[in-house]
Design a protein. Sequence first.
Length: 332
Amino acid sequence: MPDLPALPDGCTARPLRAADAPAVAGLLVTAEPLDDTGEFPDADDVADEWTGWEVDPGRDGIAVHGADGALAGYAVVSAAASFREAFRIVLDGRVHPDRRGRGIGAALLDWQLARGAELPAERHPGAPARLVVGVLGTQPALERLVRRRGLTAERWYRSMERPLGELPPTPPLTGAQLAAFTWDRDDEVRRAHNTAFTEHHGSAERDAASWQRLFTGSRAFRPDLSVLALADGAVAGYVLAYVYEADTRARGYREVVLGQIGVLPAVRGRGLAAAMIGLALQRAAGAHCRTAALDVDSDNVTGALRLYERLGFETVRTRVAWSLERAEGAAG
């Protein structure tokens, strides 16, 4: 683990702790009016994310406190257990709005770059690795910082939403039928997801354990709002839905998030995705959701962006993945 970074006068750094989840959630909610991530996590959401990505807070994160003892910023380094092309290491964190512009963010990023450079040797020796920072369109200072540290813009993503007031009818299907998600098909959906995302940028195989931690084992997962497409009795497509109740409390209305959407390559072009999404939207509206949301890679190889636009989704925010290739053991 790298040395703790030098910080402005009055600030101190220490390894992150699991018990910091409430303070981290509070910082993120405080920063939301400025950063506009669309998320209002509570302490359980933060803890679930760390658990899902197998973050060891004491080794993979640091917390910065001001002279008053309040959390001034934090940083976390995480990575998926597996990968296809390059071992992707995600650098995430935030600085309290009242503490920005003092060098804390730069110190946190430098620590993350050093810690991220250690992970390949620890987990996948000899594998190609990339350090990745997601930068929202509302974060120009962060964009300038990652650019100065040598990262380059790699991929563009959109967060999209649509209201659930007026919904189109679910289009008919030929050679397939829509079905509810059932737990006996959970692992079959996982295997279908691995097949459906083979060609997607930055995707990774999900084993049973990581699938549960990140997706269907999440507190927010709503099997009743999720939809499967079956062809010849087997899973050919899926839409997995989530409702984050902390967001509901903060916004005053419920939103369904379509987190994973996929169709097997052999049955694409038959309207399965549109039909599944249409039914998922209808179920969400019936469960008192006001809006639906999803994220999409602007260069998705399946043309998903065009489909979502046809279904009434509009872009509400953008995010750019900035990345840096790292040789094993490179620091700083």
